[in-house]
Design a protein. Sequence first.
Length: 557
Amino acid sequence: MASTLPRLPVFEAIASHDPRSTVAIHSISGRRFAYGELLKDVAEARDRLLMTLLSILAMHSIAVPLSAAFPAPELKYIMDHSQASMLLSSAKFERKAQEVLDEALEATPTFVKLKKRLGGGSTADGSVVLRGPSDGEGGMMLYTSGTTNRPKGVLLPQRVMTAQCKPLVKAWEYSPGDHLLHVLPLHHIHGTINAILAPLFAGATIEFLFPFNATAVWSRFAAPFLSTGNSDLKPPTKEKITFFTVVPTVYNRLLSTFPDLPVSLQNAAKQAISPQNLRLSISGSAALPTPTKKAWTDLSSGNVILERYGMTEVGMALSCGLAPSDRVDGSVGWPLPTVEVRLVDTESGEIIHPGEEVGPDGRERDGEIQLRGPTIFQEYWHNEKAMREEHVESEDGKGRWFKTGDVAVRRAVPSAGHNDAQRDWAQGPMYFIRGRKSADIIKSGGEKVSALEVERELLSLPQIAEAAVVAVSSGKWGQKVGAVVILKKGMEWSESRSGKRWGPLDMRRALKERIAPYKIPQVLKIVDEIPRNAMGKINKKQLVKSVFVEEASGDEM
């Protein structure tokens, strides 16, 4: 007897793919799962209440992915706030799940231990029938990173998830021939929508290699280009990787570990990430430093990283195009298909219409990015106040706008936007992110400074490995530009002042010819570590409190 599942778009897409093609691979063990197995497994999991993301959707329920790296009290907050009725865990994270259950939750969720699936089952057609409406009531709820406030539950109904996936399939040209290497955590939009659901819609293969380990990733990239005797990987994982989407810290880690690889592995890895083999390498979730982008391009013999812009509440909103000339340094490209974008002047509150990007003073006008369209989330869970504050009604009656809190400029780039295959969306002025309105736009002495711009310049200096630029309170300037940096090993000493540690004066000398004087950090702290979350983001408010504790308003250089 055939099983039944709701006629959700993602299930219809899965059913349309070649049932014999591979949908997922567990990289370390080599276990494989075919598209023909997937819907049967979803139906079985639903019936037995052993629910993965897809089987939760099949039950018209809401999935709340959790990170096992979070401490138990933080997971308790999410469980209580989301009013979760069930906690699912694999055997690997059973102890963590039990810690959460021991935290005196407000409710008593059912604890379900997931069983391992080995794969390799029957792929015969006709075992699952899709019935009913295509718009299910379920979906997914992701929690914001909480870099500015307590994490908010972002409800993404199934229709929104579908709407977020389809523009990516079109813009990034996902296809059944793609083989994506997945090294991201699964509690963020990047790891779920971009790297799981969108590939499922296209019929691509997803290979999971988590948690991230730089040497393991290099080995997997290189495997198809090494002789059998040199590869530590099993034969089933020999397909070349064609699609890689990660955060800047992953690229930095890969670049820093590459010189330590054996020469044979280096040669194979370079071949693997060349444009002829790695079709697309994407970076997001945090700003990509220019030196990182250039280093990857050089190492890969011309594979330019594609940058895009998105957030938990909206999925992906902007993206550079596939043509190398459309991957402009520092830009996140154009609005994706179905996404409406506008800029609202951060000073006057006026909409910056096309052609109004430069003010009377000749300077580019900063504007908050505001979005609307089918990809926008439905609501903040149990937080009507935040919903009111972060939306604004429209004047055209076509729906309210979501205020992202991110600031950008819109700029014409004559060399970009000429790819005939993507001219229906990737054309016109491009967007350049200036930073978070609350944390990355520093108002110092009447001037506005983009923290991200200064960070890019700092990271271009040979002495600096990591950098965060922040606003430090100042009685004289209102705010002053502060920098927190990690120095590269072996570069801690100043060449101009022999025997002395590289410091503020060296920084100012190096930046003097690069950026305007008011943008140069007035205070500098050299540290051993800059805390980041799983997606490489920095909580700058906390960083200021912890690093600039002793700074006074009169200490400007």
